[in-house]
Design a protein around this ligand. Structure first.
Ligand code: GLA
Length: 356
């Protein structure tokens, strides 16, 4: 069941804080029916999503911080950020495009992760209110973090009924690569209510991209069948997380890109997650070819959330809808190249409900 909108959607803006150099950072509250969403222009972060459980009790189902300043502390693990210019990993931070080789910063072992040392999560985006939401725009200059082309990216958050929709667009003035995604961390119990190991997840993927020891895809599209990565039928996240399986050991839990069965470019199912305790249910749909399912393996208690609770290992899961990792180096993966004159469009929806 999805909630029906009982009230007119509303968007409110306030100034949440200021950056060290004095730039005002707006935060927007989107309300519609029973759901309340907060997003900020800093890093285009999804800060909060309050939804009811089966008894109507409200809780925040994404991890986040009270104060704007905490978001500026690195290594804040992209706690709800929009990551870019290239979400996920690029092997050795190196790729060749139109015969020219580019080196981007290496910030995750030997690889580039989430756009480099200063990714899109660390900028104040321009904000504009739109019907039912807000649109953020960020212009990344030619050569930013080593990537070619001036890239103008927009991220539009809208809340309609029980669906939070994120629309991404991008244009460039030189050929470049990009992979924009939301790095929201969900816990359907509530952000201060323990871990997500009992949540049941179903992922609409028959295949995944196996990784090497540094989490770079080997290039193979392997079946999930017969592995602990098989979520074609709903299963608890924790049921096989410690399985004696090489891929699982490399990920330290789930940290894998799934090859979605649906047709890229059209909205298709990525995953459905339910919490047996609260009854809350999250359905993720996307136009992207893949989703990185990450079980919060690197959360280690070093960040304290908005309710004073330390975010420990597995305190949340992420479903980062995306193109596959290391696509710039893999001709057999869907292309992440954007050329002048083209517009990249991508949509992901998060629908909140209660399981029967
Ligand atoms: C992604 C990566 C993970 C980790 C997190 C951020 O999910 O795949 O390995 O880097 O981002 O901590």
């Amino acid at each position: 069941m999805a909630f029906s909108a009982t009230a007119q959607g509303e968007v409110k803006m306030s100034i949440w804080g200021h950056t060290a150099d004095g730039v005002a950072v707006p935060i927007y509250t989107l309300t519609n029916g029973q759901i309340e969403v907060r997003v900020t222009a800093y890093g285009a972060y999804l800060v909060s999503v309050r939804t009811p459980d089966r008894t109507g009790k409200m809780a925040d189902v994404v991890l986040g911080f009270d104060s704007f300043d905490t978001y500026t502390i690195k290594p804040n693990p992209y706690m709800g950020a929009i990551v870019g210019r290239y979400g996920n990993r690029i092997a050795g931070g190196k790729f060749t495009l139109d015969g020219k080789t580019y080196q981007v910063p290496v910030n995750n072992g030997p690889n580039a992760l989430h756009g480099g040392t200063k990714g899109f999560d660390q900028y104040v985006w321009q904000a504009k209110e739109v019907p039912d939401g807000v649109e953020f725009t960020h212009v990344s200059p030619d050569g930013d973090m080593g990537f070619p082309g001036t890239l103008t990216a927009t991220v539009r958050y809208t809340l309609k009924g029980s669906t939070l929709r994120i629309d991404f667009t991008a244009k460039t003035d030189k050929a470049t690569v990009l992979n924009l995604t939301s790095h929201a961390y969900f816990n359907l119990h509530g952000d201060d209510q323990g871990n997500i190991l009992d949540h049941k997840i179903e992922i609409a993927a028959d295949r995944f991209t196996p990784v090497d020891a540094t989490l770079i895809p080997t290039g193979e599209l392997a079946p999930v069948a017969g592995t602990p990565l098989d979520f074609r039928k709903p299963e608890a996240i924790g049921a096989r997380i410690d399985a004696d399986n090489e891929q699982m050991k490399r990920g330290g839990g789930y940290d894998f890109n799934y090859v979605l069965n649906g047709k890229p470019g059209t909205l298709h199912l990525a995953a459905i997650v339910t919490d047996p305790v609260s009854g809350r249910k999250l359905t993720v749909e996307t136009t992207e070819p893949g989703v990185q399912f990450y079980s919060g393996n690197f959360l280690d208690g070093s960040f304290t959330g908005r309710h004073g609770v330390k975010y420990e290992k597995h305190a949340a899961f992420c479903l980062e809808t995306q193109h596959f990792p290391d696509s710039p180096n893999r001709a057999n993966f869907p292309s992440t190249v954007l050329r002048p004159g083209e517009t990249m469009h991508s949509t992901t929806t998060f629908t909140f409900g209660v399981a029967k």
